[in-house]
Design a protein around this ligand. Structure first.
Ligand code: F6R
Length: 241
């Protein structure tokens, strides 16, 4: 099949983070009202550090921007250090000028989840759609928390995490038993609706996922392969072949 993904090889994690930050900086400079789709995890930490640096240097402002995060665990409080609410505050929101009411992270509170799954895509649409979506990739090829087998037509929904995902994420918890079994995530269709996508892949543990994405195969068994259906995806990678 015709490969439409744009592949950029970075020499280091630092360079990968910088290239990604430059793309987002340009987006915000060209449109200060940009709607940003954001990801959590180990991979984008360097990216967020660069975005905070750029904000502090006066190169960008988030004052008129809006953000929508990909996902959140179900059943852990925003004050829990392993929650994605907490992560985002620490990595970005506490350090920049984005208005609290313009920040959206799916609610992991079980009593709010149903309302959120129904409304999240609608809220994104009302904001004008996501201009640029940041993604990482799971060792099993998940994007957001869309695990293998997820329909490419899915919208924001509740998912059960696979053992491989819980295993990969247990470093953020005291033990594997503490890792939630369920999460709320934007669906694959939600992600494909973003106008532009930037995917970061870093490290040997992602080698297999990288190879499979690079192969061009499109299958719901490998969620990231849905990105082959999107016209504007940039993959920035380092420390994989
Ligand atoms: C996080 C997310 C996940 C991660 C993926 C990789 O919001 O949606 O898909 O991007 O699990 O995580 P790291 O970067 O920790 O390897």
């Amino acid at each position: 099949m015709v490969q439409t993904l744009k592949w950029i090889e970075a020499k280091s994690y630092e360079e990968m983070s910088e290239i990604a930050a430059n793309i987002f900086k340009e987006q915000l400079q060209n449109n200060k009202k940009s709607v940003l789709g954001l990801a959590t995890g180990g991979t984008p930490e360097g990216f967020y550090a660069k975005m905070v640096e750029a904000y502090k240097a006066g190169e960008i402002s988030f004052a008129e921007a809006k953000s929508f995060n990909l996902d959140e665990y179900i059943g852990i409080e925003p004050s829990n250090k392993a929650s994605y609410h907490y992560y985002m505050d620490e990595q970005l929101f506490n350090h920049v000028d984005m208005k609290r009411e313009d920040i959206h992270v799916p609610a992991g509170d079980p009593s709010q989840v149903e309302k959120n799954t129904d409304q999240y895509d609608q809220m994104i649409e009302e904001a004008g759609g996501i201009d640029i979506q940041l993604l990482g990739i799971g060792v099993n090829g998940h994007i957001g928390f869309n695990e293998p087998g997820t329909s490419f037509e899915s919208y924001t929904n509740v998912v059960e995490l696979t053992e491989s995902t819980r295993e990969a994420n247990k470093i953020y918890f005291d033990s594997i038993e503490d890792v939630p079994t369920h999460a709320i995530t934007m669906g694959i269709k939600t992600i494909l609706n973003a106008k532009k996508v930037v995917l970061l892949i870093s490290g040997q543990s992602k080698q297999e996922a990288y190879d499979r994405l690079r192969s061009g195969e499109v299958t719901e068994d490998f969620p990231a392969s849905a990105l082959h259906k999107h016209p504007d995806v940039t993959v920035i990678y380092c420390d994989v072949k």
